[in-house]
Unconditional design. Sequence first.
Length: 331
Amino acid sequence: MRRERSEVRGQGSGFRVQRSEVRGQGSGFIVRGVAVLAVMLLAGCATPPAPQVTDEDWVSHVTTGRGLYARGDYRRGASAFERAQVRARAMDDANALAVAAVNRAQCLLAEDQPGEARTAIEEALADPRVSRERRMELLAAGARADWGVGDAPAALARLAELQAMTPPALLRAQAALLHSEIQLAQGDAAAAAKALADGPKPNEWQRVPASLRAARAGQQASIAAVGGDPAAAVTHWDEAARLWQQADRLPEMARALAAGAQQAQAAGDAAGAGERLYRAARSLWAQGVQPEAVARLQEGLAIAEQMPDSPLAKKLAALYVTFQAEQRLNK
């Protein structure tokens, strides 16, 4: 497993914070498992080249694609893996096509193109020569693509087929998370919790990548929030933030902090909510994700208005001044 890294490039924001526009967080800011899991599946865990494939052109395309993927350039990564698909067809190699298809699907999902991802998976799955290992990977990626286009029955059918093949812990973790996400989206929190419980055992979870464990914590937080337990949701979101940090997935870390802030506010902990928003805004700004940083700062400032003389209010006000100053310098 390569280092789990997500590169974020700077974005222009036209930064302005009008105090009259600052609103409380309320219930409008929700980080659902669907967003977290979609990113988690693209955490640098792209399928490694099948060891038996030695064709230089195919290996070159896959290596290029993985490098682009690791840098967060999913569009060009998808193009590189598409070239690997073309080469695999020329070679008439079913497993080489499967590897290229899974990796391309991951890039396409990151680009919010689940339909194209599903098409790539279907082609590879249709070949009966695909090995058992590659077929399991195709089923996992295919289920994610199915859910991406809103086809829950197809996603659940693929997950059932995958589970029947007794997959390794990594794929079982992905399957459990996706199954839980679908159940929660359909309004069944109890079934969502059961789907997670039926996944890998606790000791197996400790052996999967930190990004998967972070997604699990985020899903547990979403289940707790739906169940009316914001305090438990805060604990899970804090754990998710810690694990995203461990995975070097800093945008997701900041978003988990912001989601925890929402639940802290629901639990009556305004100071805790404001502190998490401060940390999220500061991190996102330093990462170059300026519009999102401004939004989190606005939410924090709205909370700070309830405690104008507190240390938190002073910290948020200072961050506001920093954002303004840095924006002027960058003009």
